[in-house]
Design a protein around this ligand. Structure first.
Ligand code: BTN
Length: 264
């Protein structure tokens, strides 16, 4: 990670709200480093970026394979004065930001998967891990974003799931510093709008870029399974599922294609 290059991209995009940018050639996890910054008493927005993570973390306790040169590993630390309950849509905002940034670089076939994955076809290109920490004054949110950049065959085997990297789709891929900067710019812009207007202004953007819209799905959360027709997200970012019992609003879980659809 060329720190000066990253700082220049951020300055060129008028990013002034980030008070410090922390860059590492390797760290355990940018989210863990962000947590340490909060514990050490930071007071404002900070960015942590690493070339490699030795203990990258994904959602649901999974690892996030993070070797050097293969991906962007970035965490934005942001203090919110809104109640934690009102931050539900933020996870989707983070995905929309990465989506817009990568689309603007020219990856046109990119789609969203609720609540915060980016896919090309059935291949995962990006994942997001949001972590909240309350202190007496505010709620700190760590927005951890992993974007696959350039994957070798060995890494694809190690990951063990269909994955895609940004550089596969572009004849002139951005540098990792440029990718970090454009994602940060979109994040800061969208968070500002989320704070002033909530999620509702993003609802239609989400629904028009969601790869599962109007498909039969299963939502899994713990031992619970819900089957239905996916109708997109509501004004708060909750998932709308048309089930045999009516329209349900779901705020947590993971989407899978339904068996019926897989067979069909
Ligand atoms: C997922 O499981 O889809 C979420 C993956 C999140 C990975 C990113 S990489 C930067 C940040 N640091 C971590 O340890 N995890 C997140």
């Amino acid at each position: 990670m060329d720190r000066e290059r990253l700082l220049k991209y951020l300055a060129d995009n008028s990013v002034e709200s980030v008070s410090e940018v922390h860059t590492f050639s390797e760290i355990d996890s940018t989210n863990s480093e962000a947590k340490r910054l909060i514990n050490n008493g930071i007071e404002d927005i900070q960015l942590v970026v690493a070339d490699a993570q030795s203990a990258g973390r994904g959602r649901r306790g999974r690892d996030w394979v993070s070797p050097s040169g293969c991906g962007l590993y970035l965490s934005l630390v942001y203090p919110f004065s809104i109640e934690a309950d009102d931050l539900q849509g933020l996870s989707l905002i983070a995905a929309l930001s990465a989506h817009a940034a990568i689309r603007n670089l020219g990856v046109e076939t990119l789609q969203l998967k609720w609540p915060n994955d980016l896919l090309v076809g059935n291949k995962k290109l990006s994942g997001i891990l949001l972590e909240l920490h309350n202190d007496s004054i505010q709620t700190w949110v760590i927005i951890g974003i992993g974007i696959n950049y350039k994957l070798t065959d060995d890494q694809r085997v190690l990951i063990g799931r269909p994955v895609a990297g940004v550089s596969e789709f572009l004849s002139e891929p951005p540098s990792i510093e440029q990718l970090a900067a454009v994602v940060t710019v979109e994040l800061l812009r969208n968070i500002g709008e989320f704070i002033s207007s909530g999620f509702s202004t993003f609802q239609s953007e989400w629904n028009s870029n969601d790869g599962y819209l109007e498909r039969d799905i299963v939502i899994k959360k713990g031992n619970s399974r819900k089957i239905g027709l996916y109708k997109g997200v509501d004004e708060n970012g909750s998932l709308l599922l048309q089930t045999a019992d009516g329209l349900q609003r779901i705020s947590g879980g993971e989407i899978f294609p339904s068996v019926c659809e897989t067979r069909g």
